[in-house]
Design a protein around this ligand. Sequence first.
Ligand SMILES: [Zn+2]
Length: 344
Amino acid sequence: MHCGEAEADGTNFLLPFRTTAGRSKALTMPYNDPLARLLRGISIFLPPIIHLSMPELPEVETVRRGLERRVLGRIISTVHILSPWVIRSDPRRFPREIEGCRVERLRRKGKTLALELESENSTPSRYLIVRLGMTGQLTVAPTESPLLPHTHVRLLLDDGYEELRYRDPRRFGMLRCSTPAEAEKIFHSLGPDALEISQEEFEQALRGHRGAIKGWLLDQSMLAGLGNIYADEALFEARIHPQTPAGKIPGNARILLHRAIRKVLQRAVNLQGTSFRDYIDIEGRPGNFEPRLRVYGREDKPCPRCSTPIRRVAVCGRSSHFCPRCQPRPRRIAPPGRPRKKQQ
Ligand SMILES: [Zn+2]
């Protein structure tokens, strides 16, 4: 058995591995399980033979744009729930709450998607919140087309010739029907969206944080939308080492990082995101950004700027890819309160 690169979605921990027969499998457990903690610690030393990436902002934005083209203004006429566990609100009430509603608006903050629904019979509006987790897929398909395995929810549209399908092989994603107040609370728990945050807000948010910048970028309550792929790419673009303490990044570098995040994300949105395995857009097509990745998943390959081999290190329990020459390690900062040694 060979282990792959461990991944996590915040609540679950997943360690992919390949059996001697060459089949890909994954071990999953709650993120804070003691065994998960141990495996998180050691998995970084294992060779990454399987890259399991989860949809990040560009992939979710691509899905949102696809929904805007194919589903906006249409009525959800019938709901079929094939796996009730995927519904995080009451699954018995779920069909009643959204059947007959028109999709009025599509919102996204970070990796969270919300379909704003308006009912014809003047009941208050509802939100269908969608999190794709690691392998969630939303696609529009003709109702008579065969269902793929792991299809969990079918939302028939208008007269029922087409439907919106939710499929999720690894089962970390979820759908939830929320009131506007509940939806606001969910959005409020997230930091500013990584594509919309202003430079001033970004600089303000970094202030005072002693932890590594890589961990800060992945913390959705600080900045919503980045995962492992685009955090590594943005740090490379800005020439910042992933272990640099977030609050100690100098002013110029902070400006460069803010620009780099937007540039990398925008470029990925324009290319419909990155597909390593499961991510597809609303029409079932994979993203096109993978060939443009400069450091993520490129361990030991030459840096596209200086040809130094790309390295992988563990930062905050996650693997980070960087160029040791373009992104030099920050000099050790003396612990607070301890006087610096005088130079002789
Ligand atoms: Zn380099």
